[in-house]
Design a protein around this ligand. Sequence first.
Ligand code: C2E
Ligand code: MG
Ligand code: MG
Length: 713
Amino acid sequence: MPGVHVKTTYTAGKRRTAAIGPARRIAEELRAQNERFAAAVENMSHGLCMFDADERMIICNRNYIDLFRLDAKVVKPGIRFFDILQHSVDVGVASQSAEELHAIRKPYIDGARPSTYEEVLSDGRIIVISHRPIAVGGWVSIYEDVTEQRRAEAELKEQHRRFDAALANMSQGLLMFSAEGCLIVRNQRFLDLCNAKAADFTLGMTHRQMLEKLVALGIFVPVEVDIEVEKAKAALEAGQPRSSYRELVDGRTLFVLRRPLAGGGWVATFEDVTERRRVEERMTHLAHHDTLTNLPNRSMFREKLDQALGEAKAKPLAILSLDLDRFKAVNDTFGHPAGDWLLKCVAKRLQHAVRGSKDVVARFGGDEFAIIQSGIKSAADGEKLAKRIVEIVGKPYRDKGREMHVGVSLGIALYPGDGHDADTLLTNADMALYQGKSEGRNVYRFFEAGMDALMRERRALEADLEAAVSKREFELDFQPILNIGSGEIVGAEALMRWRSPSRGLVSPENFIAAAEETGLIVQLGDWALRKACSVGAHWPPEMRMAVNVSAAQIKSGGFARSVISALAFSGLPANRLELEITETVMMDESDAVLRTLSQLRGLGVRIALDDFGTGYSSLGYLRRFPVDKIKIDRSFIRDLDRRDTAAIVRTVIGLGAELGITVTAEGVETEAQLDMLRKADCGEAQGYLIGVPAKAADMSRLLHSQALLRQSG
Ligand code: C2E
Ligand code: MG
Ligand code: MG
């Protein structure tokens, strides 16, 4: 019998039978029983050892031998228990002496009751030993190596400990429900989040009971409990995690995530996302709004426009593109805080001008705004709004005793007439705005086909102009100015010409605006100033040189330096230079501009107000800055035969006399006009009648011959 080390069979031995036949049969039976017993003992998973009343071993199995690493040749039936212990000490498996071991086991062996105790071997293994007394004396011991089991138990315990610690220290609230839907785990954080007591949410509660309690305690904003339970159930059945936001009565928001567990049931985590949500909302708001005015920004505007156009039956719309006039002047004069304040006021006025929530007012940045006017019946509705906006925005802005003025120009594109997509509509509205701006301020313009061609043309002109500056394609002509009283030429005005190889001779009317728009005017104006001064320096001593100056030049900074340098290089005395500015320079209301002009005036440079009568002609400008000369625009001189126009011209001449300002009439073409001006005591005249703009050499000749004449006369 391989593997069986039971050498002694267990026999009932003492009974005897007389009959051979039955005795044989019984012996057979006993043998078979012994074999079965031996096999059973041998195949036990535990170690087994049996001792008789004299503490001598009757039987043991292989597991026992192996467990204690004993020698089967030594541990044989008949060996005394103590000797086995000694042997185990000898082979080094015992951690104590045989005497100690025996003393420990003695009470168990002697005890009449089954007992169990543990022994730790020298190699750390833990053996559980169960003793069972046998009725006839002696005992059976069963040995089990529980080392692995104990390790697993310890590990499980540690895992529990860690789980408890993790639960207690989680930043999220946690609930765990059993497959039956009852609460089996709940951490402290959950109670903290809900400001609830442990007693409120006892283990064993169902999901429904918990929801009802959360609402009843005034923690959750009321929910449809039935629906919630159903939804949770459906998600669990689908094996899907489900997340939701829970609004709390105190205004906080919890993020709830429910995950099904492998063995049924689910775990729910609760996270306070109030702050995160606020930040997210703020971020989304910021991404879509202008921080200063809180109006939607360009991206939001685009989104809204796309949305409106994307609707199945998109209704007619008007897109208004707005740009403030003279806003930069407010910034320059009153400072950026005032500029910001004004932009906020404009935003409010625009919102008032449109119809509540249906229309969208957006700020694109700087002084650019845009509006979607929805549900218009015709272009007239767009026009009405544009008019209203021009009026409302144009009203003065009063802050801390200061009064500020801005205007607004608008370009309007209509859907579906002027385009079908947001890009086209916005571009076309911009184009109309651009067109409006180039024609004057405080206007609105509808987009018209052909404006894009105009725009392209303008871009080409700007590009050519830029190239022309470096190629020096510019010239100056000079137009004489007559002193009406003396009949003498007292100076000339320098007028710029562009001799373009491709475009021919281009009039300033056609390129000054583009030069101003692109900023090229600064460079170009500087050149004109130097050139004019150097020409004027060679004229007879009393001759004045008038040079036109754009607002952009004065605002660019460094203008005074540029004038002083032109005077110094040419040697022209300051009092022979006259700078012609237009009302737009004054309109800018900027202190910096006025300071520059006073500085130059302080040097003796004369300032003339050109084209008087065409712009706002506010007499207030004359008070803001004292000029040396007023040039009445030629449109008035042309209409001098009309009584009202003549009256205006006479009034301006009178005003000039009163203020000690020279008045020059521009565009004098006829003797009759000159006559009338003479009678009205107008100081000076300029126009084709006196002389057309001429080349420098021709002008020089004219002036010198007049000087000679005077000397000889
Ligand atoms: P402005 O300063 O009012 O110049 C007078 C304009 O009237 C000149 O036009 C001149 O040729 C024209 N003119 C003079 N007499 C008569 C007349 O009897 N009848 C008519 N119909 N027109 C007359 P121009 O040279 O085309 O200049 C136009 C404007 O361009 C100027 O108006 C001025 O504002 C601007 N400009 C000219 N040169 C410069 C410059 O160097 N710098 C700047 N910033 N602007 C300039
Ligand atoms: Mg002029
Ligand atoms: Mg003029």
